[in-house]
Design a protein around this ligand. Structure first.
Ligand code: NAD
Length: 308
């Protein structure tokens, strides 16, 4: 049974209506009609207003009655500036209602999440980090995975709200743990993708059919998620980015960003991450070669002798 104090009439503010935030806010609106939204881009605001959300004139305006605030912003510096303020603007911390629950779903470094959490809690608010996995497709379908960092009470309070936008909700630990869990997963995913791509290309270079090779590995010890659901070789699998010119899916530049966060985290914890470090370099190089906006499975092209 849910122990959340929130109901359908709870006032919620959603800030950051980009590729992810816009479809997330649309799903949220279906369950929580008292939704105020804000983004720096007027077109993004207009889209949500047309569906019935209140288009706020600023982030301060959006949160003025809010019991819950959700943010979906590009990076740690945007999240810190929004809540704690910077040279340009005061932070929302000065206007949020006491006890307001702040849920930041952006993918940012754990240190920034912890700094924001500390600042908000010191001022009488509550905070969880809740980064997501599942991409724009998951955000649109309402099937995102949320990985939460924060105390148990805040996690339970947030649960029904997160369930209105996602399917699998995990509690990873204290504030910042959501971010750490997310980048560990994405670091492993990048390693699996690069390994699968080079193994398939080696097979192709030696005259094997990539579909046959994939079937063999799927029944052998090389089996992994990328082979099962996201084969990087064009035309092996229907309806995946590799069979659609690497359009859609999860961009190389976002994988590069997450691997950069993983490397920063590894430096701070003095952890050894040689495979993550290598895939960070490979995805950076792939991006520099003009592939930053392609799906990350396009790393397959890096190993291809025909650079199509
Ligand atoms: P995006 O660039 O499309 O959207 C970010 C939005 O934030 C923009 O509309 C921008 O105008 C707005 N914004 C920036 N600063 C603002 C401010 N101060 N006030 C109000 N609005 C502001 O990015 P996205 O793809 O939606 O990603 C958002 C976050 O989710 C990132 O941290 C990203 O790493 C993470 N993420 C993205 C994906 C994906 O597939 N796109 C998947 C998982 C996680």
């Amino acid at each position: 049974m849910s122990t959340s104090p929130f109901s359908r009439t709870t006032n919620i503010a959603f800030i950051g209506l980009g590729n992810m935030g816009s479809p997330m806010a649309l799903n949220l609106l279906r369950h929580y009609p008292n939704l105020a939204v804000f983004d720096l881009v007027p077109e993004a605001l207009a889209k949500l207003a047309a569906e019935g959300a209140r288009a706020a004139s600023s982030a301060m305006d959006a949160v003025k009655d809010a019991d819950v605030v959700i943010s979906m912003l590009p990076a740690g510096k945007h999240v810190k500036a929004l809540y704690l303020g910077d040279d340009q603007q005061p932070g929302l911390v000065s206007v949020l209602k006491p006890n307001c629950l702040v849920i930041d779903s952006s993918t940012i470094d754990a240190a920034s999440a912890q700094a924001v959490g500390k600042g908000l809690v010191a001022a009488g608010m509550q905070f969880i980090d809740a980064p997501v996995s599942g991409g724009v497709g998951g955000a649109t379908a309402g099937t995102l995975t949320f990985i939460v960092g924060g105390d148990e009470k805040c996690y339970q309070a947030a649960l029904p709200i997160l369930q209105s936008m996602g399917k699998n909700i995990f509690h990873a630990g204290a504030v910042g743990a959501g971010q750490i869990a997310k980048i560990c997963n994405n670091m492993l995913l990048s390693v699996l993708m690069v390994g699968t791509a080079e193994a398939l290309q080696l097979a192709v270079d030696n005259g094997l059919d990539p579909k046959t090779m994939s079937d063999i590995m799927l029944q052998s010890s090389g089996r992994n998620w990328t082979l099962e659901l996201y084969n990087p070789c064009p035309d092996v699998m229907p309806n995946v980015p590799s069979s659609k010119g690497y359009q859609g899916g999860f961009m190389v530049d976002l994988m590069k960003k997450d691997l950069g966060l993983a490397m920063d985290t590894a430096i701070q914890s003095q952890s050894s991450t040689p495979m993550g470090s290598l895939t960070h370099s490979l995805f950076s190089m792939h991006s520099l070669q003009g592939n930053g906006r392609l799906d990350f499975s396009s790393i397959f092209k890096l190993f291809s002798k025909t650079k199509s």
